[in-house]
Design a protein around this ligand. Structure first.
Ligand code: SAH
Length: 356
């Protein structure tokens, strides 16, 4: 699909015409990743953050909010729960927080890998190559870091840099792929200042980065953040709508047929009744039930009124299972690596064999 065609779909708002896009995405999903929906248990291990991302409720500028960090034992208990619920993997996510040192995370990952069959995904923000390599060596399988927008100017505007650090998330993703990680990235849809052109470039960047996982959600304005009080200036401004998010999901599936793509909580936040399901029939093949202990959930407030913050981990599991089965799909078994990664890895090991 070329740039023009991507743009045409992004601007298409005739429901009848969009049926073709949904059908194509659903078919490509079925042919490439099948009908199973894999469950990833999300563990939000802490909400301290040193960054000032202009859209995020965890940003360091918010001095007056309660902060928490889970202990290693609490995190391991969540991992045990993931095993009990037969989840194939856990996603360990937090604000960017130096408290989570190379050693702490390496030990944690090592223990989870030694005591469970889980695949371990990390999502701890922009970290050094040394840390990323050590965590990979300790057994971490996957890393999630959204590039948020392919528009460099917009990226810089909403991500004030840490002193002395230039962020280049696409480059970091490339290095992680070389380290052997399954790499995941994605964007928010409807960031103030984002245009349709930007979104078309985002879809092209998914393919250029050869992503194994793609996370997409609507931007949800948080009133206590710098972006939450900023008026959108662009005439070609994208809406932060459910509809446009589905179009991006479907286009992401067509651009990266073998990627694992979740139907996200941000979508469910806009449409609690149907958002997850609509995501799953328009390109997605993953859901991420929350495993974070209930007392911490309201504090991981990246945006307001987040869906599913009151439910227990067990309720999240039953709810996701019911939704998946209502679509005639089944809950996936095993770790559910992306076929894109499996193919890349086989090729790399094959090359290595040739060399020796
Ligand atoms: N510190 C980690 C995890 C951030 S939270 C990191 O930087 O990667 C995970 C994702 O939530 C972010 O990548 C962002 O895309 C999304 N997010 C944050 N604030 C949001 C908001 N206000 N609306 C919608 N999504 C948001």
């Amino acid at each position: 699909m070329d740039h023009k065609e991507i743009l045409r779909w992004l601007r298409q708002d005739d429901p009848q015409a969009l049926e073709e896009l949904w059908a194509r995405a659903d078919k490509v999903r079925q042919e490439n990743v099948g009908q199973q929906v894999h469950l990833r248990g999300l563990i939000e291990i802490g909400n301290y953050c040193v960054r000032r991302c202009a859209y995020c409720g965890l940003n360091a500028g918010r001095k007056d909010i309660p902060r928490y960090r889970m202990t290693k034992d609490e995190i391991l208990a969540c991992a045990a729960e993931a095993v009990e619920y037969k989840y194939g993997s856990v996603v360990i996510q937090a604000g960017e927080d130096p408290f989570w040192t190379l050693e702490f995370i390496a030990d944690l990952v090592g223990e989870i890998k030694a005591s469970t069959p889980l695949a371990v995904t990390l999502s701890l923000g922009e970290r050094s190559d040394e840390e990323l390599a050590a965590w990979r060596a300790a057994g971490a399988d996957r890393y999630l870091l959204r590039f948020e927008t392919s528009n460099r100017e917009l990226f810089d505007h909403i991500h004030p840099p840490l002193a002395g650090l230039h962020s280049d998330r696409p480059a970091m993703l490339g290095r992680m792929a070389e380290m052997g990680y399954e790499i995941g990235s994605g964007v928010m849809v409807g960031i103030p200042g984002q245009t349709y052109e930007d979104l078309a470039c985002d879809v092209e960047m998914f393919a250029d980065l050869d992503l194994d996982m793609i996370g997409l959600g609507p931007y949800i304005s948080h009133p206590d953040t710098p972006l939450g009080v900023e008026a959108p200036a662009e005439s070609d401004q994208t809406p932060a709508s459910e509809e446009l998010t589905y179009r991006m999901l479907a286009l992401a599936r067509l651009a990266c047929p073998q990627a694992n793509i979740p139907s996200t909580s941000a979508l469910a936040t806009l449409n609690l009744a149907q958002g997850r399901e609509l995501g799953l029939i328009r390109g997605a093949n993953i859901v991420m039930p929350n495993l974070t202990p209930q007392q911490y959930r309201p504090m991981y407030e990246i945006y307001p009124a987040k869906a599913c913050i009151r439910e227990t981990a067990q309720q999240c599991r039953s709810c996701m299972k019911r939704r998946i089965e209502s679509l005639g799909r089944t809950v996936g078994d095993g770790a559910g690596a992306s076929p894109n990664y499996i193919a890349r890895h086989a090729q790399e090991s094959g090359d290595a064999t040739c060399v020796h």
